[in-house]
Ligand binder design. Structure first.
Ligand SMILES: [Zn+2]
Length: 249
């Protein structure tokens, strides 16, 4: 695990990829005094490391904002009993995709955000923005009008390359709109759920255009098209191209 202070009181915890994937996990801590609000938890062992890392600074976790309800973003909630959780009201469908109903108790957010919500956390201003795409429950999180946590709406490998969108056919239109929205927010420094922080506004536009191009190609063909056809005209090489199969499942 690596720990980077992005700005005073904003720490990025970076976890290496698990063995079968090419991307790691980010957990962000926004700190005020001796309290932290974290964005996502990663897997449970990663949450333990974040907790320890913060405790070394004399800081305890008071709240968790969940960007969306996939396993690698929230599994560590089990290790954070008694901590206030914030997440989209539309969590159910995403949880149902990977977890039986009777095991969902740990993950249901205490504070359900219907669309958008501003949270003042000490000297920090956080804004949660409903932006369904990669999942129906995605919240983008603005931090102090400087950073934008973009969840998995654009994902990156540990080595920096963009990942192919991980979606099914039902998500394509939402995901297109979501990534298009991100282009309009490129004045912010982007913090992806997976990958390095992006400070280059130009790079954000190029990466978003490539994702949109891929999605458009799928949408404009009634028949199934190959990954090569769908990415022909993209100016990048996506990683995890096997996810293309998910679109047609
Ligand atoms: Zn995800």
């Amino acid at each position: 695990m690596k720990k980077i202070e992005l700005s005073k009181g904003i720490i990025q915890f970076i976890f290496e990829p698990m063995e079968d994937v090419k991307y790691g996990n980010n957990v962000i801590a926004v700190i005020s005094g001796d309290k932290a609000m974290i964005i996502d938890t990663g897997f449970d062992f990663q949450t333990e490391e974040v907790k320890k890392g913060l405790e070394e600074l004399g800081v305890s976790i008071e709240g968790v904002i969940i960007s969306h309800f996939h396993e690698n973003n929230i599994q560590g909630l089990k290790k954070l009993k008694g901590v206030t959780t914030y997440g989209s009201s539309y969590y159910q469908q995403t949880l149902d995709q990977w977890l039986p109903m009777k095991e969902q108790t740990f993950y249901i957010p205490a504070i359900k955000i219907d669309k958008n919500r501003k949270i003042i956390f000490g000297e920090h201003a956080l804004e949660l923005i409903y932006n369904p795409g990669h999942s129906l429950c995605t919240l983008l999180i603005k931090i102090n009008e400087e950073y934008l946590f973009i969840a998995d709406e654009m994902m990156y490998a540990e080595t920096g390359e963009p990942l192919l969108p991980r979606i099914t056919k039902n998500d394509i239109i939402n995901h297109y709109v979501s990534v298009h929205n991100l282009m309009k927010l490129n004045r912010y420094i982007f913090i992806p759920g997976h990958g390095e922080v992006i400070r280059d506004q130009h790079k954000i536009i190029i990466d978003a255009k490539n994702v949109c191009h891929y999605l458009c190609e799928i949408l404009s063909h009634d028949e199934e098209i190959s990954i090569d056809q769908a990415t022909h005209g993209c100016t990048c090489k996506f990683v995890h191209t096997e996810w293309h199969e998910n679109v047609y499942k």
